[in-house]
Write a protein that binds this ligand. Sequence first.
Ligand code: SGN
Ligand code: CA
Length: 516
Amino acid sequence: MEKKIILPSILTLLPAVAAAQARYNIVYIMTDDHTAQMMSCYDNRFVETPNLDRIAADGVRFVNSYVANSLSGPSRACMLTGKHSHKNGFTHNENGIFDGTQQTMPKLLQQAGYQTAIIGKWHLESLPTGFDYWNVLPGQGDYYNPDFITMQNDTVREHGYITNVITDKAINWMEHSRDKSKPFALFIHHKPCHRCWLPEMKYLTAYEDKTFPVPETFYDQHEGRLAAQQQEMQIADNRHMDIVYDTKMYRPGIRTRLSDLYLKMIGRLDSADLQRYNDVYEPMARDFYRRNLTGKQLAEFKYQRYMRDYAKVLKSLDDNVGRTLDYLKQAGLLDNTLVVYTSDQGFYMGEHGWFDKRFMYEESLSTPLVMRLPKGLKARGDIQEMVQNIDYAPTFLQIAGVAVPADIQGTSLLPLLQGKHPKNWRKSVYYHYYEYPAEHSVKRHYGVRTSDGWKLIHFYRDINAWELYNLNDDPNELHNLYGQPGTEQKTAELKKELIRLQQQYDDQAALKFNEM
Ligand code: SGN
Ligand code: CA
């Protein structure tokens, strides 16, 4: 069992913190579908994200950061509760309703005298609880002139581009609405880089002259990986990545599975902006339909369009994170505030030929995580320890001097932020994905990933397929070693570790599927 740290009082265990100042504020910025490949402090092949990198440069970068279930709602529920999906009850996006009566980290912070607020994507269906202020997007929200649900449960349409609007609201709350006599925890949940990557007007043409390198696994045929052969997230396949909705190649008269949704989304623009939008995309579409691309040429065309639009929405995101940091500095809050930047999960940028997430492979099991630390927390640079999104709740509680309830499954990252490297730190993480059947058709699976680079996955229920990877030799997870001669001992070792984690986290349903 991992050791659970119960904090009786901030004065006993955090004398440095208590002496230096009142309790730290927490500004938690979470984006949607933003993956580490597209963040220059992790990977500089594709884009520059100077403001996100500033957080890491001034603080810490977690290089082994994982989610528990690579999907929006479940990931958010793990963050709020500090518990795996089977314990917080929110396992799927589809038909999921978060039980807002349960214990959550924001509620515990609130009870301890924090002002709490959440602005932006919520995606848990029930209305937020545990927040003094909330203003959230209905479902996935819209990029253009977005609607927000207010605390009176009205839906109000705002004017502008989503990332700017959310940031304005966040800054406005910090500056004008909160009770400045109290510490605060603000959750800023952005929409980018979620599908279908609609850019801000000023970045309509950004990256259009850039050609992105095609990932080495773009043409992966998924041999030896049964579930990967059955997914529906191929960039090349027009049934998965829609030529109109996703790559914006619209022309009058064309109808695709998602073209109506696309027209509805861009139709939210004011007419002058819609004209500007069409002036950029229509000529591209005319040219595209003239060329009649097929095969590899079509696949790579779609890949470039995908990368460019993703990079455009990311540019607005990076600007707005910069604006948030500048506000904190100007308001004199930086020294006293923990700033966290992360995403609800990672994403495929053409690796294995894919977009989307869900699989326990590295790109979507991982999530970017950087933090700017308040005065008194000494860690700087890279943190190698394995961390998971169930750790955020206990971390924030401990930072706030609040006792961490024993039923929280994550581990507080505070020792790491203090520059310590506890010897008994976890050596493996547990993952469990549930949403099947569903869009993108990724089969249910669970598994273990160890700090020494091994991974065991079990796709279960309407499929029964085990996968084993040695990431040290096969970082792209192309060679499933399960059942290969010579791997028996490693497999047994990992199965034992998987069962240990399932018992530790009390995932009874999964334990039953091990014997399938
Ligand atoms: C939508 C998207 C999917 C995406 C899910 C979940 N389709 O349904 O591509 O996987 O959200 O994303 S769309 O046609 O509506 O764009 S999540 O990040 O919210 O979990
Ligand atoms: Ca997401």
